[in-house]
Design a protein around this ligand. Structure first.
Ligand code: RP5
Length: 167
């Protein structure tokens, strides 16, 4: 049995094919030096794995869950139904409907079972990680300082004027 402690963030996704999107959440957490586990948990193909994960996530020690899925994207909502932890949903861009199906599946939760829904694709994955950091920063001064620095770097990178192409 591993003695490794549970990291604060769980990144779950419905399929291996979602990793191309969800890796951006992982990379952002890496940049913020926040630990995570990345797991494939499919609402449709591995429902028992989803049940075990979602009902046990808080006791396992996770603090925030980022859940990415595409198409009929039930993963974030079903996870939120079974855990009191904050769940951030990332709609993965689907081939058939460009992620609009994913977005509407995730965002339209009934009152009482919230999923914080992000933008479709890479931007949503990155922002889910930043939001996770914001939640963790409330109780962790080191994370708060790293998040402040991360945001300041991005502000400083915006030039006052556009770089013009040479004619
Ligand atoms: C969803 O179906 C997954 O989240 C994925 O976005 C989509 C397609 O999955 P694959 O057919 O690529 O495994 O469950």
């Amino acid at each position: 049995m591993s003695s490794r402690s549970t990291p604060p963030v769980a990144i779950i996704m419905g399929s291996q094919s979602d990793w191309a999107t969800m890796k951006h959440a992982a990379e952002t957490l890496d940049e913020l030096q926040i630990g995570y586990d990345a797991r494939i948990v499919s609402a449709h193909r591995t429902p028992e794995r989803l049940y075990r994960f979602a009902t046990g996530a808080k006791a396992e020690g996770f603090k925030v869950i980022i859940a990415g899925a595409g198409g009929a994207a039930h993963l974030p909502g079903m996870t939120a139904a079974m855990t009191p932890l904050p769940v951030f949903g990332v709609p993965v861009e689907s081939r058939a409907l460009s992620g609009q199906d994913s977005l509407l599946s995730i965002v339209q939760m009934p009152a009482g079972v919230p999923v914080g829904t992000l933008a479709i694709g890479r931007a949503g994955a990155i922002n889910a990680a930043i939001l996770a950091a914001s939640v963790l920063a409330l109780a962790n001064d080191d994370v708060a300082a790293r998040l402040d620095a991360f945001r300041e770097e991005r502000t400083a990178a915006v030039t006052a004027e556009p770089v013009r192409d040479e004619a």
